[in-house]
Each structure stands twice: as C-alpha cells, then as structure tokens.
Design a binder for this molecule. Structure first.
Ligand code: GLU
Length: 311
C-alpha cells in the first residue's frame, strides 16, 4: 500500500495599483487604489505599486513623487520594490521578439488619416482594416508593429461586470504593440509586468474593461497566466466624462486624506459612519478592513463622482 501525497501550492493573493504619472491622483484614481488595496489586504495578500511611465511625452515632471506622497499620506504602503515601466524595456523587447519569431506581428505603414478613411468604427476608435498584413506597400516605412488578431475571440468572467465577450478582430482590429518612436504599447507592457510580478488579481477602473480581452489574448499567445479581473465602476463628472487632468478633476489633497478616502468607500457601495472623516488614517483603515466587502460594490461601468464639497 502506498500513499500519494499531493501538495497544492497555496497561491498568495497579489494585487497591484498601476498609475500613469500624467498628473496627481484624483478621485477616480484613488478609487482604483483603494479598491485594489482593500481587496489585497482583506485577502491577506500583497499590494504592489507599478508606475506606468511608458510613454515619455505623457509623463508630467514631479507627478511620480506626488502620487507616491499622496499614497503614503493616505496610509497606503506598497509591498516590495516600486516598479517603473521605463526601466523594463528588456523584458518588453524579449516578448516582442517572441511574437516576431512566431510571425504574429507585422510592420504597418498606415497613417492615422489612411486608417480613418478606410476603417469602420469599433469600441475604441477605428478598427484597423488589416491593410499592411500582406506586407508593407513599396516605398513605405513602418510606423508601428501590429499584432495579427485574425480569429481572436475572448470570453472571460469579470468579478463585478459579469461575462465579457469580445471579437478582437472585428471590434478593435489588429492593435499596435510597438511604435516607430520606440515606445511599447500599454497592452503589451501590462501583460508582461502583471505576469512577471506574479499578479493574481487585477482590480482597476472599468475604463480598462475593453482592453482586458486584448491583454488576455496576449497572455495566451505568450503562455502567461491570466489573473482574475474585477473592474470597478469608473468615476465620471456631471458631463459623463472620465475624471482626468483633461477634464479638470481636482487633485487629492494629501493634507486631509480621510474625508476623501471615506468618499471612495461610499462610491464603492459602503456606508462608513459620517464622523469617520474626522478620524485619523489608521482608524479609517481599521473601519475599512473590518467592513470591506467587494459584493457591495455597484455593478456599474460608470457612476457619478461625488461633488468635492461632499468630501
Ligand atoms: N496605467 C493605467 C491608468 O492609469 C492603469 C493600467 C492598469 O491598471 O492596468 O489608467
């Protein structure tokens, strides 16, 4: 008689917050930070911070320090080393090389204008019609590398938004993974980073829900594990626009974080006591840890942000 002992590797929850340093944190980005932080901490997991400074012209000087100081003032301390995408080119090049070797990407010379003239609109701008798939037209130089998405259909279950289905080929088209100005596309970088950082759970705003099928497709092509996803409702202003620097969303004030943290919890379906805003950061987190329940988060893609006077 013999016993077969099977050992299960208990997977430890690992979440992340991945801000782009295009400006200071605002209510919308704080919602993603708080939601991902509480999910990680209430699962006894780790919470990593990754700075998505992939596209140098979009990086605002001083924004990285400002974001990190605000997180610290909010009492949100990240585990492990801070990762900056600007220092990860080698990893992205290796993935791109693999895609190239397998004939999955091709150079594209089309200008924005040429695409607009010949494409149908999809969920995110125009669907690339595949013009350069058969080779670059003679005399043209490449402006980007695109991923061939023929036959790419993805389905997944989002913990908050339910079952998501996307036909990538017809809804977004062959998408860019590398630009001629040597910038890797967000879609590729995020897949490589989430995999190499061992992220088990991605909790982020629902503005990225339409990107997730492209990320899952890349994970499958590159043999990376697909994390679980939960897309939180996106905070929008009175005009229905995403809060951002362009829509003049006010920055989170690190000198008085608790009322703003309490407002994010209310936005995420919780009912912190009204006087919680008068307490210090550690009492806030104590209440939040004891009461956080992802099942309370509204299952909506967008929700109006509270007026600043309600903080
Ligand atoms: N860097 C992205 C943003 O700030 C978030 C990316 C992600 O969470 O995957 O919108």
């Amino acid at each position: 008689m013999f016993f077969r002992i099977r050992l299960w590797r208990m997977e430890r929850y690992r979440g992340r917050f991945a801000p782009s340093p295009t400006g200071p944190l605002h209510f919308g980005s704080l919602v993603a930070a708080v939601g991902s932080y509480l999910e990680a901490k209430t699962h006894g997991g780790e919470w990593l911070v990754r700075i998505e400074d992939l596209d140098p012209p979009r990086v605002v000087p001083g924004a990285i320090d400002e974001i990190l100081r605000t997180l610290e003032a909010c009492g949100m301390h990240w585990d492990g080393d801070l990762v900056r995408q600007s220092s990860r080119d080698d990893a992205y090049h290796a993935a791109l090389h693999e895609l190239k070797q397998r004939g999955l990407v091709y150079p594209c010379a089309c200008s924005r204008r040429e695409i607009t003239d010949s494409a149908v609109s999809g969920i995110e701008g125009h669907v690339y019609p595949g013009t350069c798939r058969a080779g670059l037209p003679s005399g043209k130089t490449a402006r980007a590398l695109r991923l061939d998405t023929r036959g790419a259909r993805i389905e997944f279950d989002d913990a908050l938004q339910g079952r998501i289905r996307q036909n990538i080929e017809t809804e977004t088209g062959d998408f860019i993974v590398y630009r001629a100005d040597r910038v890797f596309a967000y879609q590729l970088a995020v897949v490589i980073d989430d995999a190499e950082q061992g992220i088990t759970d991605v909790v982020r705003g629902a503005d990225l829900l339409d990107s997730t099928p492209r990320q899952i497709y890349l994970q499958r092509l590159l043999g990376r594990v697909t994390p679980r996803y939960a897309h939180l409702p996106l905070a929008v202003n009175a005009q229905g626009e995403k809060l951002s620097k362009q829509t003049l969303a006010p920055a989170i004030d690190p000198r008085r974080p608790v009322p703003q943290l309490a407002a994010t919890l209310r936005f995420l379906g919780h009912e912190p006591p009204h006087d919680l805003g008068d307490h210090d950061v550690s009492s806030f987190w104590q209440w939040a840890h004891e009461n956080w329940d992802v099942a309370r988060v509204p299952r909506a893609r967008t929700l109006p942000a509270p007026a600043t006077r309600d903080w």
